[in-house]
Design a protein around this ligand. Structure first.
Ligand SMILES: [Zn+2]
Length: 51
């Protein structure tokens, strides 16, 4: 934790299933795909496709 942002989800399209409006969220300053081996094992900060 260090440079993450926080906020409330205001709206989301019908394709978004991980969060919903009104939910409090914490986001990383780096993106992860949530599909690679590291992400699937719960280590999104080590994502192989991190940007
Ligand atoms: Zn990943």
């Amino acid at each position: 934790m260090g440079h993450e942002y926080v906020g409330w989800v205001e709206e989301a399209s019908s394709e978004v299933t991980a969060v919903k409006p009104g939910q409090f969220v914490v986001g990383s300053c780096a993106t992860s795909d949530n599909t690679c081996a590291d992400c699937r094992n719960g280590f999104q900060s080590n994502c192989l496709n991190r940007e």
